[in-house]
Design a protein around this ligand. Structure first.
Ligand code: ZN
Length: 289
């Protein structure tokens, strides 16, 4: 393969084995793929501000969402990690920087994948995360996001974990869309394994969180269990920095496969993204109550 062809392939982080999500080398964990995710993402923003650890964002306008009574999550802290960032692809040297995730060294962050029509994973995760934050806040939770917008770079996967730890989150969730083969579809949850490290004490709680979110997402969105990873949409990994370094209960969700036409159509529908956010909120609440 020529170097030009290689770049073209890597640009879609998700074609082939170097997928961004649950397929080998996630999201937040695999080698950073450089190049624009697709035309849609390339035109999303021209701003090049960089996310810093201090730039935590909390959506400002709580909105109603879901069916739970307000206050159901009073006193609970939830950290939402929208996978990737809208400008990662413009800053390969920053996101390719190697960081220590205890079981190995990995890229600071990755570009994420995109649908065939150019809707980027970073935009998807940001949109769903904003919707989820509003719903959780309307139910009384304190919510923090790991990045303030979709127009910056990073933060590194190590920092994404540290933000949840520093917030003493009762639950943390990293939101992604996978980039697997076009015939693969469905969603899955990724939970941590024991690594003789800081995540070990929360492996059990993370599993409970994962099952609660799996059940709510399946029943409320109708998205199928992954046809290509895990058992009944549950997978356990020790190669994700966002999990290995977490000292609070934490999971990843790959909401579907952005390279599959059926899943992509759902992702591109705002009504589906709202339904997904409500489902995630309900799953988190079922775990937290
Ligand atoms: Zn991802």
């Amino acid at each position: 393969m020529t170097s030009k062809a290689l770049v073209a392939t890597l640009a879609l982080c998700g074609l082939g084995v170097a997928a961004c999500g649950g397929t080998a080398g996630d999201a937040g964990a695999g080698p950073a793929q450089v190049g624009g995710p697709a035309s849609g993402a390339a035109t999303q923003a021209t701003q090049t501000t960089h996310t810093t650890p201090a730039a935590l964002a909390t959506p400002e306008t709580p909105a109603t969402g879901g069916s739970a009574p307000a206050g159901a999550l009073s006193g609970k802290v939830v950290v939402i990690d929208p996978g990737h960032n809208g400008q990662n692809y413009r800053h390969p040297s920053e996101i390719n920087k190697q960081v220590n995730i205890l079981t190995e060294k990995k890229a600071c962050d990755t570009t994420g994948t995109a649908t065939n029509s150019g809707y980027s994973e970073a935009a998807f995760t940001w949109d769903v995360s904003q919707r989820l934050a509003k719903i959780l806040k309307s139910r009384g939770a304190t919510v923090k996001l790991t990045r303030p917008d979709n127009a910056g770079v990073g933060p590194c996967i190590t920092e994404r974990a540290a933000i949840g730890n520093k917030a003493h989150a009762d639950a943390a969730i990293s939101i992604h869309g996978d980039g697997a083969g076009p015939a693969d579809h469905g969603f899955h949850i990724i939970m941590p394994k024991k690594i003789n490290g800081p995540v070990d004490p929360v492996v059990g709680a993370s599993t409970k969180l994962g099952i609660a979110v799996r059940d709510a997402y399946r029943s409320e969105t109708g998205v199928a269990y992954s046809t290509y990873i895990g058992s009944k949409a549950l997978d356990f990994r020790n190669d994700l920095g966002g999990l290995n370094l977490s000292t609070v209960p934490k999971i990843f969700i790959e909401c579907g496969n952005m390279r599959n036409a059926g899943d992509a159509a759902k992702f591109q529908d705002p009504a589906f993204r709202q339904k997904a956010a409500v489902a995630l909120a309900d799953g988190l609440q079922n775990y937290l109550k």
